[in-house]
Write a protein that binds this ligand. Structure first.
Ligand code: UDP
Length: 323
């Protein structure tokens, strides 16, 4: 298919583009490079530099690519930042995203695949979390993604735009070529691995008084190549709806630090800090629906295997991408 990928220069998008091309799809990447990197765009893809806020540019890009499917990764995605600058999240993730939805409808796009998040659930009533749990976000990031999910429901009902929305748990790991390089790194695994690389004296643990066995937050880490595979499966006609994407296993922050120590063979010093606002204590996926309806089978169910791919990439690219 002709697939337009927004955010294809970003962390998850870059690996999805690589896998799409490998599966024989034609890919156009649309990215404003605010967070992504030109060097993260697979050389086989077309690249359009532009912002989703630019309605006409988005329309032109969707038409010029003869787009049959849109995969929409481009978004701001930091819980902490969304708590201090909510407008940035609603403007980009909702208002600018609407330009893309309208352009997709106008161009007769057949499928729209959206990167949503487990942050739409807020503090879950129970874990593992199924798709039917109430969605009550506790930060503007999660709220902005939930708002876009609601737009998708209406666009499907009123415009017939078939969609799949994936609620990612914690994306992690790397492919051979593409990995995680945020300009300001806030994520746990890359920050811990920086200590192992000797780039920082210590990492930080945000909150040690959560109601979890070791007092630190529990998350479900999922390899980005596995996320990418789910997107490819979603392109088949008739596949639609909301799906959690996670491994169904939760690891605490301390367990992640321990896994990074084991894989890197380095002692990693960690400082205990106060809680980070907006963090639910425990987020773990029940992803049986994606397995059942999409035939999705993660290749990296174990945290240590995920960390090993991230460690290999960071060692090869200690400064990340050159740009
Ligand atoms: N975290 C931490 N130290 C860090 C970065 C993150 O203790 O340097 C914690 C964070 O509070 C959360 C978990 O690790 O409980 C995962 O955070 P991350 O930012 O990687 O992903 P998020 O869950 O926010 O999407």
């Amino acid at each position: 298919m002709n697939v337009l990928v927004t955010g294809g220069a970003g962390y998850i998008g870059s690996v999805c583009v690589e896998e799409l091309l490998g599966a024989g799809h034609a890919v156009t990447v649309l990215d404003n490079l605010s967070e992504g990197h030109r060097a993260a765009v697979d050389a086989r893809a077309n690249f359009v530099h532009g912002d989703l806020a630019d309605r006409e540019l988005v329309q032109r890009a969707v038409r010029a690519a003869k787009t049959e499917a849109v995969i929409h990764f481009a978004a701001h995605a930091l819980v902490g930042e969304s708590m201090t600058n909510p407008g940035k999240y609603f403007r980009n993730n909702v208002a600018s995203g609407l330009n893309l939805l309208d352009a997709a409808v106008e161009a007769g796009v057949k499928k729209f695949v959206f990167s949503s998040t487990c942050a739409t659930y807020g503090v879950p009533e129970r874990v593992p979390m199924t798709e039917d749990l109430p969605q009550r976000p506790v930060n503007p990031y999660g709220e902005s993604k939930l708002m876009f999910e609601k737009l998708l429901r209406w666009y499907e009902e009123l415009h017939g735009l078939e969609f799949v929305a994936f609620r990612y748990f914690n994306a992690a790991g790397a492919s051979e070529k593409f990995g995680e390089h945020h300009r300001v790194e806030t994520h746990l695994i890359p920050n811990v691995l920086r200590v192992a690389l000797g780039q920082k004296p210590h990492c930080e643990i945000f909150g040690t008084d959560y109601p979890t066995p070791d007092g630190t937050c529990i998350r479900d880490y999922i390899h980005i190549a596995d996320l990418a595979q789910a997107h490819i499966l979603a392109l088949a006609p008739g596949r639609r709806g909301f799906f959690n994407l996670g491994n169904g296993a939760g690891y605490s922050v301390r367990e992640v630090v321990a896994a990074c120590e084991k894989i890197s063979g380095q002692k990693i010093s960690a400082l205990e800090r106060p809680r980070r606002p907006g963090d639910p204590p425990r987020l773990v996926a029940a992803a049986a629906k994606a397995a059942r309806e999409l035939g999705w089978r993660p290749k990296f169910p174990k945290l240590e295997d995920i960390v090993a791919t991230a460690w290999a990439w960071h060692r090869r690219h200690p400064q990340g991408y050159a740009d």
